[in-house]
Design a protein. Structure first.
Lengths: 231, 484
C-alpha cells in the first residue's frame, strides 16, 4: 500500500498510485480535466494552462504536477472554469478561427472546449493577425491562421530516425509552427493523416479529406468533449 | 416641380436595396433604378483557400438558399477532381444531391410565397403596412399560414437529412456526397407524423396553386398587366428539354420562343455571357454576348424556366404547366406577377420529385464519391430557386483556389427587375406629386415577384430595409421616404 496515496478532487476521495500526475489520477477516476497541449504518451509541458486546477488553493497545471498524499484539488470551481474559458477565448482571438468553413469543425478540441466551457463570444478584442497558408506539401496544408502553438505535431510526428517534420520558427509574437519544406514533400499518407488527427485544431489539414465526415458522426457532434472520461 | 423618390429599404426581400425614381416637372417618371447597396466580396476572400472549402464557405452568402451555392460550388469542384460534370457522379451521389436541392427549392419557394408575398394577395397591395406580414396572414387565414410554415419545415428537414443540418450543411463534397439517406431518415420524410409526409406536401402544393389561381381569376387584369414586358429567358434544361433544376444544358429563348442559346455546355458559359458594371449599383448586369447589352439581357427564375423548358417530368406539375403555357398560347410569358404562378408550379414539381426520390432505393447506396484526373478549372451551374446560378473556380497545383467568379440568380435578373420597377413606377406614380405608402409597396410588389436575394447578388453589409427618393431634373432631392 506504500505505493498508493489519497487525494481529493472536488470533494471526492480518490486512491491513486504515486508518480501519476493529477491529470492521470483524475482521468483514471472518471474526472474530466480539459487539456489542449497535452498528448498521451508524450512528456507534459503544461504550456497551454487549460488543465489548471487549484491544489491546496494554489493554481497548478494538472498535466505536469505529480500527485502527493493529502492533496485537495479544486477542478470545478467557478474561478477555475472562468480561467479556462478565458484561455480558450484568448486562443480564439489570437488566431483567425473561422469555424463555419473549417473542416476540423466537429472534431476540433478548441471548438469543443469553447462549447463545453460555455463560451459565446470572446471578452477580448480579435487581433486578426495576418497569417499564411502553406500548401506546398503534396499531402498537408499547414494553416497558420488556426495554429495554437501547442507543439503536439512537433512532439509526435517524426520519421523512422526520429527526425521531426514540424518545428518552431521565428520568435515572440511571430512564433509559428512550420512544416519542414523538404520533409513535407515526402511525408507519407499515413503520417500526414496522423498529423491531422494529432492536431487539436484545424491547423494541419490532410489534403483530400475535406468534409468527408458527415455532420452527426464527428467526434463531438453527439457528446461534449470529456464525456468519454466521465462515463 | 420635378422630383426624385427613394424607396429604402425594399422590404420582404432577402438582402438590402433601394429604389430611386426621377419625375420631371409634370410628374412623369423619367428614370428609375433598383440599387443594391451591399457589398460582400466572397469572390475575393475564397482565393487562397483549399478548394474543398468552397462549397461550405461560399454557401454562407445566404441563409435562405445556401444549398444552391453549396451544390453549384460542389459541381464546379466535381470537374476539378475529375468527376466530370453532373453525369459523372455515382447514382447515390447524384440522387442525394438532387433530393437536397429539391428540398431547398421547395422550402425557399414556399418561404417566398407564403411568408413574403401572400400578404400582398390576401390583403391587397394598398393594405395597411402592419397587415402585410406572415403574422397577419396567420390571424386572417390560419390554415394558409400553417401550411406555409409546415411546408417550409418539411423542406428544411429534407436538407438536414441530406446535408447534415438545415442551414449551411456539408453534404456535398467534391466528387459526390458524404452520406446517404438512412432508412430511418427516409421513413420519417416519406411518411412522418401528420402533416410531415411526402404525400401531404404534394396535396398542399396543389392547394397553394389553387389559392393563387383563384386570386388570378378575380384579379386578372391587375395580375396580367403588372410590370408586364417582353424579354429573353434563360435557364438550365435537361438534355431532352425537360425542366431540371440540378443539371442540364444552358438554353435561352427570345420573347417569341425562338432559341437564342441552343442547349450549350455550361462549362463554356463565359463564351456566351458577359457582365456589365454600372456605377450606381454593386450588382452587375449580365447579358448574352451575341446580342449585346441592349438586346441580350434576359430573365431567369421560375417564369424563365417554364418559358424555356419543353415539359415538366412529373405528372401533376406537367398538367399545371400545360395550363400555364396555354394561357399565353405557348408563347413565352412576360408578366412579372406570373412568376408567382410559375413558382407554385415548381413547388408542386419539387414535392413530386421529393416523393419519388424518397421511394428510390438508390438513396441507400454506399458508393458516394468519384474522383478522376485532377483539372485546373471548373464551372458549376444550377437552377437556384431565384434562377440560374454560376460558380466558376480555378485551382492551383497546391490545391488553393486562385480565381472565383459567381454570377448569382438575382444578378441575372437585374435588368428585368429594373424594368419592372420602371413599369410599376410609371403605372402608379406618373403625374403624382405626393408619394404614398401604397405606391411604394406597389414598386416593391414588382421587385418581390422576382424573389430577389440581394445579399447573394452582391457578394453584403447593411440593413435589410426600401428607400424611395423624389428628385428634380437638377438632381435636387425633393422628397424622400424610408421604410424599414
Amino acid at each position: 500500500m506504500a505505493d498508493t496515496i489519497k487525494i481529493k478532487i472536488d470533494g471526492k476521495e480518490i486512491i491513486t498510485a504515486k508518480g501519476k500526475t493529477i491529470l492521470e489520477a483524475a482521468t483514471d477516476n472518471g474526472v474530466y480535466i480539459p487539456t489542449l497541449c497535452h498528448f498521451p504518451g508524450v512528456p507534459p509541458k503544461g504550456s497551454c494552462r487549460i488543465c489548471t486546477v487549484k491544489v491546496n488553493n494554489r493554481f497548478m497545471t494538472s498535466c505536469s504536477t505529480p500527485v502527493a498524499d493529502g492533496m485537495t484539488i479544486d477542478n470545478n470551481h467557478d474561478e477555475i472554469k472562468d480561467y479556462r474559458k478565458s484561455i480558450v477565448e484568448l486562443l480564439f482571438i489570437s488566431g483567425n478561427h473561422f469555424c463555419p468553413a473549417c473542416e476540423k469543425s466537429g472534431n476540433c478540441e478548441l471548438q469543443a472546449l469553447a462549447y463545453r466551457l460555455g463560451m459565446l463570444v470572446p471578452r477580448f478584442p480579435y487581433s486578426f493577425p495576418n497569417k499564411e497558408v502553406d500548401a506546398s506539401s503534396p499531402k498537408i496544408i499547414k494553416e497558420q491562421n488556426r495554429c495554437i502553438l501547442c507543439k503536439r505535431c512537433i512532439k509526435t510526428i517524426k520519421d523512422k530516425e526520429g527526425k521531426r517534420y514540424f518545428a518552431f520558427n521565428r520568435r515572440g509574437n511571430h512564433l509559428e509552427v512550420v512544416l519542414d519544406k523538404q520533409m513535407g514533400q515526402a511525408i507519407s499518407d499515413k503520417l500526414a493523416q496522423q498529423a491531422m488527427e494529432n492536431c487539436p485544431v484545424g491547423s494541419i489539414i490532410y489534403k483530400g479529406k475535406g468534409f468527408s465526415e458527415p455532420i452527426g458522426s464527428r467526434k463531438f457532434d453527439k457528446k461534449p468533449i470529456g464525456s468519454s472520461i466521465e462515463e | 416641380m420635378s422630383k426624385k423618390i427613394t424607396i429604402e429599404p425594399v422590404t420582404r426581400v432577402e438582402g438590402h436595396g433601394k429604389v430611386t425614381i426621377k419625375l420631371d416637372d409634370l410628374g412623369r417618371v423619367t428614370e428609375s433604378r433598383l440599387h443594391i447597396v451591399e457589398f460582400r466580396g466572397f469572390e475575393r476572400f475564397i482565393q487562397g483557400r483549399p478548394y474543398w472549402e468552397a462549397p461550405v464557405l461560399v454557401q454562407r452568402l445566404c441563409g435562405i438558399c445556401p444549398v444552391s451555392h453549396h451544390l453549384a460550388a460542389a459541381k464546379a469542384l466535381d470537374v476539378i477532381v475529375g468527376a466530370g460534370t453532373g453525369e459523372g457522379l455515382t447514382v447515390t451521389g447524384e440522387k442525394i444531391r438532387r433530393l437536397m436541392h429539391y428540398g431547398q427549392f421547395f422550402q425557399s419557394h414556399v418561404l417566398h410565397f407564403f411568408h413574403l408575398s401572400s400578404p400582398d394577395f390576401l390583403f391587397g397591395i394598398d393594405a395597411a403596412p402592419e397587415l402585410r406580414n406572415i403574422i397577419a396572414v396567420a390571424q386572417e387565414n390560419r390554415e394558409l399560414a400553417y401550411q406555409g410554415i409546415m411546408m417550409r419545415k418539411y423542406g428544411q428537414e429534407v436538407i438536414a437529412a441530406t446535408a447534415g443540418k438545415k442551414i449551411h450543411g456539408t453534404g456535398a463534397i467534391p466528387g459526390g456526397v458524404n452520406k446517404n439517406l438512412s432508412l430511418d431518415e427516409r421513413d420519417s420524410l416519406l411518411k412522418g407524423p401528420d402533416p410531415m409526409s411526402a404525400d401531404k406536401m404534394v396535396e398542399w402544393s396543389l392547394g397553394a396553386l389553387d389559392f393563387f389561381k383563384h386570386y388570378h381569376k378575380n384579379n386578372r387584369e391587375m395580375v396580367d398587366n403588372y410590370a408586364s414586358f417582353p424579354s429573353n429567358h434563360l435557364s438550365l434544361v435537361r438534355k431532352d428539354g425537360a425542366l431540371d433544376i440540378y443539371h442540364g444544358v444552358l438554353r435561352a429563348v427570345d420573347n417569341e420562343g425562338r432559341r437564342i442559346l441552343n442547349d450549350v455546355d455550361y462549362q463554356d458559359y463565359n463564351h456566351y455571357i458577359e457582365e456589365e458594371v454600372r456605377n450606381w449599383t454593386y450588382m452587375k448586369f449580365p447579358y448574352l454576348k451575341e446580342y449585346g447589352r441592349e438586346k441580350g439581357w434576359y430573365r431567369v427564375g421560375p417564369l424563365a424556366r417554364l418559358n424555356v423548358c419543353d415539359f415538366i417530368p412529373t405528372p401533376l406539375a406537367q398538367k399545371e404547366f400545360e395550363e400555364f403555357k396555354a394561357y399565353t398560347k405557348g408563347k413565352p410569358n412576360g408578366m412579372s406577377l406570373h412568376y408567382h404562378w410559375a413558382r407554385l408550379i415548381e413547388v408542386l414539381h419539387a414535392a413530386e420529385v421529393m416523393r419519388d426520390l424518397l421511394n428510390d432505393p438508390d438513396l441507400q447506396g454506399n458508393d458516394l464519391v468519384v474522383k478522376g484526373k485532377r483539372q485546373e478549372e471548373g464551372v458549376g451551374v444550377i437552377e437556384a430557386p431565384r434562377g440560374t446560378l454560376f460558380h466558376h473556380y480555378k485551382v492551383g497545383d497546391n490545391d488553393l483556389i486562385t480565381m472565383a467568379n459567381l454570377i448569382v440568380s438575382t444578378t441575372n435578373n437585374n435588368e428585368p427587375m429594373n424594368r419592372a420597377v420602371n413599369a410599376t413606377a410609371k403605372a402608379f406614380m406618373n403625374g403624382q406629386q405626393e408619394i404614398t405608402e401604397p405606391m411604394m409597396n406597389a414598386v416593391e410588389v414588382a421587385i418581390r415577384a422576382y424573389d430577389p436575394c440581394l445579399s447573394c447578388a452582391t457578394h453584403a453589409l447593411g440593413q435589410m430595409p426600401l428607400e424611395v427618393t423624389l428628385v428634380n431634373e437638377q438632381d435636387e432631392v425633393i422628397d424622400k421616404k424610408i421604410k424599414g
